[in-house]
Design a protein around this ligand. Structure first.
Ligand SMILES: [Zn+2]
Length: 429
């Protein structure tokens, strides 16, 4: 009888990870904006307890060890625990590769020159059009495995390599099947306006008509019973201008899509300001963003998603002006832009290494941008990118003595253990 009070207060859990520097990256109900970026909610010598795939206790190791009994324990002494990375911008799923173009580019050809020569995105479009849903699933499962091994536990994927209604729906179906087949959580985006397909060369308006009148309604119909979709547009000189982007995104919004945009990768056309005006969830790339568009990010809800792997992949010198965006009060997230043309990179760790140098983010800022803010950039701030009681247990054990080694060290995988939905990745496979 005397022990009853103590006995009932002990929680039985599946997994206790303890004795680590825990970066909880707290969710305050909105992304970390401006000067607030970099709030890690550190718990020195902390522990995380997991039951039924969710976090059920979080705190000091000494405290949790008196409150829980665990079926399995991991002693993470001298290591760091963080939320799983969220990668809010990739171009999965695709088939094929473009090493020949990489070689051309290294020899001096520009991205636009390669595209004008029939390469670039259209090369992958031809490969994806020739592929089946099964081909797409088979080619992309190993990529998800590598991303997960490098710490990404939630990922966004896009269409945009089909560029016909049937082939865009095929990519959506592949995304759906990948989500079913893999433990990674996947957010899906329709990007029918990724490029102007070769058969519409010189007829951009006609292609925009097809996107607006046929593809978007078909994607919206497909999403009934499947998943909510984002709609994205490649707003760039020589691709879709601001008026065309506005037309596509406005129609998408009417159909119930949440919005994203590719803007300011090469030229600042006003796409970021358009995204803020339309209430887009994110505006992505943002390398050549004009000052007034940066000001709009500070006032609006749209999250700036920086993709530093892309300028690096292209051998460019200019990166997202992160200090200016933060000074304006904007919210910044990081993503890989994982794609076969400009950035074949599965690793958010490498993106953090680039961001700490070329975006001048501190390791704390980069980590928050790669977790909680990245989760908000795909509308999942309430479930991903943060360690808190009740959330899905997606976490990493990094073989580092302090979180500041993240970004400082690069080129090898610093993740020792990935826990996805409460399960240690690798244990059941
Ligand atoms: Zn992209």
């Amino acid at each position: 009888m005397g022990n009853e009070g103590i006995m009932t207060s002990i929680i039985q859990v599946d997994l206790l990870v303890h004795s680590a520097q825990v970066c909880t990256v707290p969710d305050r109900g909105r992304p970390q904006r401006g000067a607030d970026l970099g709030d890690l909610g550190l718990i020195p010598n902390g522990a995380v307890a997991i039951r039924d795939g969710r976090i059920v206790a979080l705190g000091k190791t000494a405290d949790l060890q008196t409150r829980v009994t665990a079926a399995k324990e991991i002693d993470a002494t001298g290591k760091v625990i963080t939320p799983g990375f969220v990668d809010p911008h990739t171009h999965l799923p695709w088939v094929g590769e473009r090493a020949n173009e990489f070689e051309m580019r290294v020899a001096g050809a520009s991205y636009m020159e390669i595209m004008a020569a029939g390469g670039g995105i259209m090369s992958t479009v031809r490969a994806v059009r020739a592929a089946s849903v099964d081909d797409l699933v088979e080619a992309n499962l190993p990529r998800l495995d590598r991303m997960l091994a490098h710490g990404t536990t939630t990922v966004e994927m896009k269409t945009g390599y089909g560029l016909t209604t049937a082939d865009e729906l095929k990519q959506l179906e592949a995304i759906h099947q990948l989500d079913q087949a893999h433990s990674m959580d996947i957010a899906a985006t329709f990007l029918g306006a990724h490029a102007i397909p070769a058969e519409y060369k010189g007829q951009t308006e006609t292609y925009v008509d097809l996107v607006v009148e046929e593809m978007l309604p078909a994607a919206a119909e497909w999403s009934q019973g499947n998943r909510p979709l984002f709609c994205d547009v490649f707003c760039e000189a020589g691709v879709f201008d601001v008026a065309q982007s506005r037309r596509i995104l406005t129609k998408a919004r009417e159909l119930g899509f949440q919005l994203k945009i590719h803007a300011d990768e090469f030229e600042g056309l006003g796409g970021t300001k358009l995204a803020c005006e339309l209430g887009a969830v994110s505006a992505d790339h943002l390398v050549t963003t004009p000052a007034e568009d940066i000001a709009a990010l500070g006032k609006g809800e749209t999250i700036a998603v920086a993709l530093p792997g892309t300028p690096f992949g292209l051998g460019h010198r200019d990166y997202t002006p992160a200090p200016e965006i933060l000074a304006a009060g904007g919210a910044l997230a990081l993503a890989t832009d994982f794609n076969p043309g400009t950035c074949w990179c599965e690793s958010m760790q490498f993106i953090i290494a680039l961001a700490t140098r070329y975006l001048q983010l501190t390791p704390a800022q980069a980590l928050a941008a790669a977790t909680i803010n990245a989760a908000y950039a795909i509308g999942q701030g309430d479930r991903a990118g943060s360690l808190a009681i009740g959330r899905p247990a997606d976490l990493l054990i990094l073989n580092l003595p302090d979180y500041r080694h993240l970004g400082y060290r690069f080129g090898t995988n610093l993740v020792e253990v990935v826990v996805k939905g409460g399960r240690v990745v690798g244990d059941e496979r």
